[in-house]
Ligand binder design. Structure first.
Ligand code: GYE
Length: 300
């Protein structure tokens, strides 16, 4: 908006509208779609926000470009969900020099910049990997595990894998990335079924790749959930449906619904109030005792 592009920023007479630059990493999964919808639902004009939302299509260079555009627009606040952990040093320093506060959403960064963001909001990815690992240890202690990794170098891939492998690593016979998408999950699984014919459990870093794996397993004439057990993270509706259908065995939730909390955080930051450095979103777990009614009631 014209008012948002002036150097005076958001605390002038028209005052209360907060100009937000949001860089979303992509639209790679059901989780991401639900997250985007919830953020847009809450960062509305009615709620006092002037939102510019840019989708980077899973490309870091697109995110860096969007962040630089937000700097030249002199937005009041920037939020972004970083596709991978490293490579942000320059742009984070530029944001800092421009005195634009940054809220990190969902994923984490690994940077040499001091105090690179005011707050982070998202799930504890290591806790998710641990919950998955503990369930496998309890239920399939001798499993031969293939691990379908998310986008390499992303916070959820790094942390879920490390925490899961700390418990079940000795049982992991192979790994490959499916970049958090259904299509790449399927391709990776097709290759893995050839390379590791004795695998009997898949740990997939998200539902979408697990859903792709179901297709590959069925095409190979095997039964997902029975011949090859599947454990995933997210808990989107399609994933929970696969649990009811007994094709998934266990799902650790990653909750994408925190747009309202994000909006409240932004208001406090722009008002100069102290905020929690880390807001951890709460996650549950689901097994095959979930009912069709519960799945039908799932909003995303
Ligand atoms: O699990 C996956 C998405 O960063 C928590 O990204 C998020 C992950 C989520 O692509 O489905």
């Amino acid at each position: 908006s014209a008012c948002g592009s002036s150097k005076s920023g958001g605390s002038g007479a028209e005052g209360d509208t907060i100009v937000v630059g949001y860089s979303q990493l992509g639209a790679e999964s059901g989780w991401r779609t639900a997250n985007t919808e919830d953020i847009k639902k809450h960062l509305t004009a009615e709620n006092g926000f002037d939102l510019t939302f840019v989708d980077a299509q899973q490309k870091q260079e697109n995110q860096i470009k969007a962040l630089r555009d937000f700097i030249s627009q002199d937005v009041d606040i920037v939020a972004f969900s970083p596709v991978v952990e490293t490579g942000w040093d320059d742009v984070l320093q530029e944001l800092k020099d421009a005195e634009i506060p940054v809220i990190l959403v969902d994923r984490s960064v690994d940077t040499t910049v001091e105090d690179p963001y005011v707050a982070h909001i998202g799930s504890d990815m290591a806790a998710e990997g641990k919950m998955a690992g503990e369930w496998v240890q309890e239920n399939f202690p001798n499993a031969k595990i293939f691990e379908l990794q998310g986008t390499m170098g992303s916070g959820p891939q790094v942390d879920r894998e490390a925490a899961f492998d700390a418990i079940m690593g000795d049982n992991v016979i192979g790994k490959a990335t499916g970049n958090f998408t259904r299509a790449e999950g399927k391709t990776a699984m097709e290759a893995a079924l050839q390379a590791y014919p004795d695998m009997d459990l898949v740990f997939s870093h998200n539902d979408d790749m697990g859903l792709g794996a179901i297709e590959a397993i069925e095409a190979a004439g095997k039964k997902p959930g029975t011949d090859i057990a599947i454990v995933t993270v997210d808990g989107v509706k399609d994933g929970l449906q696969a649990l009811v259908d007994k094709k998934f065995n266990y799902v650790v939730e990653c909750n994408p619904i925190f747009g309202e909390q994000l909006g409240e955080l932004m208001k406090k930051v722009v008002a100069g109030e102290e905020v929690e450095k880390n807001t951890v979103v709460e996650d549950k777990t689901f097994d095959q005792t979930i009912t069709q009614e519960e799945v039908d009631a799932r909003p995303y």
